[in-house]
Design a protein around this ligand. Structure first.
Ligand code: ADE
Length: 225
């Protein structure tokens, strides 16, 4: 999979992609992530990529020209399955959307900033708008990192068998059950006996029961009854 991210704050994305699982996924050649500085496509010497909103109002709006040039430049090199715009009013990210996107080959993600992006970009270049939650961030960069992380960890080979994404919360419609590690007792707080029993079937049944219980408590309505 290849992900091209367009942003006017490329530095914000260095750390999320430069560490841990996402870094290893790139080193293994399972995903290629390219961050593009929108200012490289600016039209004037000041490298301006935003301007005042027509009709007035506070906040700057990202201009269509540099974005169109950047997207067209990328499209001249390969075909893209999606051109995603990160926006608080987009469709809400969930596990099933992450699963769906993990099957795509090439994706562009455009990060919004300031008061947003010229509406003509959304109308003519964007195939999908995604939000990571009903709150407003200062820009789309952190949201793009969240989306990329949720998608990349689902690519076969990115996680080892022990940390397989198949046991993640929400993958089977349930949140994950509680987990414990050593010591078996800490200041009187004990690990449930069943987990120390070595009885695989009973452990599996306990985990399922706990996952159902947690899902009912934390996501009421998620399980049909
Ligand atoms: N940009 C600003 N807020 C956002 C959000 N909640 N989701 C996606 N992109 C955003």
């Amino acid at each position: 999979m290849r992900i091209d991210i367009i942003t006017c704050l490329p530095k914000l994305l260095e750390s999320p992609f430069g560490d841990s699982i996402l870094k290893r996924a790139q080193n293994k050649g399972l995903v290629e992530i390219k961050v593009h500085d929108l200012r490289d496509f600016a039209k004037n010497r000041q490298k301006q990529v935003d301007d005042y909103a027509y009709g007035g109002g506070a906040g700057m709006v990202l201009m269509i020209e540099p974005i169109a040039d950047c997207i067209e430049h990328l499209k001249s090199g390969r075909t893209y399955d999606e051109v995603i715009y990160m926006s608080p009013d987009g469709e809400l990210l969930n596990q099933s959307l992450a699963n769906e996107l993990s099957l795509r080959k090439n994706i562009i993600i455009l990060c919004g900033h300031y008061k947003g992006v010229d509406e003509r970009v959304r109308q003519h270049y964007i195939t999908r708008e995604i939000s990571i939650g009903d709150y407003v961030l200062s820009g789309g960069e952190l949201a793009a990192a969240v989306l990329s992380d949720a998608v990349i960890r689902l690519i076969p080979g990115v996680l080892s068998d022990e940390t397989s994404a198949l046991t993640d919360s929400f993958q089977d419609g349930l949140v994950a059950p509680p987990v414990y590690t050593r010591p078996a007792e800490f200041r009187g707080m004990k690990v449930p006996d069943v987990l120390l029993s070595g009885h695989e079937k009973k452990i599996e049944a306990w985990r399922f029961e706990q996952a159902v219980k947690r899902t009912k408590q934390r996501r009421p309505g998620a399980i049909g009854e």
